[in-house]
Ligand binder design. Structure first.
Ligand SMILES: [Mn+2]
Length: 331
C-alpha cells in the first residue's frame, strides 16, 4: 500500500516543455483518453488498481460490436470526476489507479486461444497484486478472468453479478465458450462458489429455463427483475452482502442489466430493466464488501448511437472503482 506522497506523484507526468502536470487536472476534452484519464502504465509494480481493456466479442450470440467497447468507454470516461460527489470517495487519492492497456490477442478467431490470452494477462495482473477492473468486451471474458483470479485464492470466489441473463447456459453453436456461459463454466470448474453467488436483474435469455434452472439447481441466489422491483435496491444490496459474506468477491456488471433506455448499445438488450439510478445506489450500498476485482462488459459502440451506453458504462465502472479503491486503502 503506497503512502499519500507516492500516490500523488504517481499521477504526475511531464509535457514536452518538461513542465510537470497531472493529466486528470487538465480540461476533460484534452489529452489522450485513457480510462478515467488515469496514467497509462505497463509496469505493474507501482500500480494498486489496473483498469484493463478486453477488446473481444467472439463470444457474442447475437448483435456484435462489444470489441469496440474499451475504446469508447475510455473516451466517455473522460467525463468522470476525481471525486464521487455522493459518497465523497476520492479513488485516485486512495490508490494508484492506472490504465494498464488492453489484453492482447494472438489468435482472436480461435475461441480457446482467446480465452487463454485473457487468462494469461489476468494471471500477470493477479501475480503483481494489482486489483483488476476490466472493461469488455462481451461477457465471455469473465470466465478466463475468474479462472486466473481463482488461482490466486485458497477458496472458490464469491460473485455479485448484475445482468439481465444468468449466463449459465450450456454450449451453443458447438462451443461452450460464449457470452451466455461464463458462470456455468466457472461453477463446473470450481472457480466460484454458487452458494456465494448472486445474480441480480434477471429477465431474459434463449431457452430461458436452461440458464435459470442451472443457477437455481446449483444454489445461486437469483433475483429476477420482478423481485428487484419488489425489494428495491437497498434490500437487494443487503441480500448481496449476506450471500457473499466476507469471502473474496468478484463484481461483474453486464450493461444489459440496465434498461435499454439507459443502455441501448448492447448485444442482447432486454426491456424492463434496472434504472441507472438504482444501479448507482445498489453499487454504493456494497461499500466494504471484500472485492478482489470487477468488470463492466457488453457496451457495443456500433449499436450505441448517442454514446449513452458508453457513458453509463463508464459511470458504472467509476462506481466500481470507488469500491475497489476503498478496499485497497483499508487493506
Ligand atoms: Mn451477461
Amino acid at each position: 500500500m503506497a503512502d499519500k506522497t507516492d500516490i500523488a506523484s504517481f499521477y504526475k507526468t511531464k509535457n514536452i516543455l518538461g513542465e510537470s502536470f497531472n493529466p486528470m487536472h487538465t480540461s476533460r476534452f484534452s489529452e489522450i483518453p485513457s480510462f478515467m484519464r488515469a496514467p497509462v502504465v505497463r509496469d505493474l509494480s507501482q500500480v494498486d488498481i489496473g483498469i484493463i481493456g478486453i477488446p473481444y466479442d467472439g463470444g457474442l450470440t447475437c448483435r456484435t460490436g462489444a470489441r469496440m467497447g474499451p475504446r469508447e468507454v475510455r473516451n466517455q470516461s473522460s467525463m468522470m470526476r476525481a471525486i464521487n460527489v455522493v459518497t465523497g470517495v476520492r479513488p485516485f487519492e486512495l490508490a494508484r489507479v492506472a490504465d494498464i492497456g488492453d489484453v492482447h490477442f494472438g489468435n482472436m478467431f480461435t475461441l480457446d486461444e482467446a480465452v487463454l490470452d485473457i487468462e494469461r494477462y489476468y494471471d500477470a495482473v493477479a501475480a503483481a497484486d494489482v486489483l483488476p477492473l476490466g472493461i469488455g468486451g462481451d461477457h465471455s471474458v469473465t470466465y478466463p478472468i475468474l479462472k486466473a483470479l481463482a488461482n490466486h485464492h485458497d477458496e472458490p470466489l464469491a460473485v455479485i453479478h448484475i445482468d439481465s441473463h444468468t449466463d449459465t447456459w450450456p454450449a451453443y453453436q458447438g462451443s461452450k465458450f460464449h457470452h451466455g456461459a461464463p458462470f456455468r463454466l466457472a461453477t463446473e470448474e470450481g472457480l466460484i462458489d454458487p452458494y456465494k453467488t448472486i445474480q441480480i436483474g434477471i429477465r431474459g435469455g434463449q431457452n430461458f429455463a436452461d440458464g435459470l434452472n442451472y443457477s437455481s439447481d446449483k444454489g445461486m441466489r437469483v433475483i429476477s427483475i420482478e423481485e428487484f422491483d419488489d425489494l428495491g435496491w437497498r434490500e437487494v444490496a443487503a441480500e448481496a452482502r449476506r450471500v457473499v459474506g466476507n469471502s473474496p468477491t468478484y463484481l461483474t456488471f453486464d450493461i444489459d442489466g440496465l434498461d435499454p433506455v439507459y443502455a441501448p448499445g448492447t448485444g442482447t438488450p432486454e426491456s424492463g430493466g434496472i434504472t441507472m439510478r438504482e444501479a448507482q445506489r445498489l453499487l454504493r450500498e456494497l461499500r466494504g464488501v471484500n472485492l478482489i476485482g470487477g468488470d463492466m462488459v457488453e457496451v457495443s459502440p456500433p449499436l450505441d448511437l448517442s454514446g449513452i451506453t458508453a457513458l453509463n458504462g463508464a459511470t458504472i465502472a467509476f462506481e466500481m472503482l470507488c469500491l475497489i479503491a476503498e478496499q485497497v486503502s483499508s487493506a
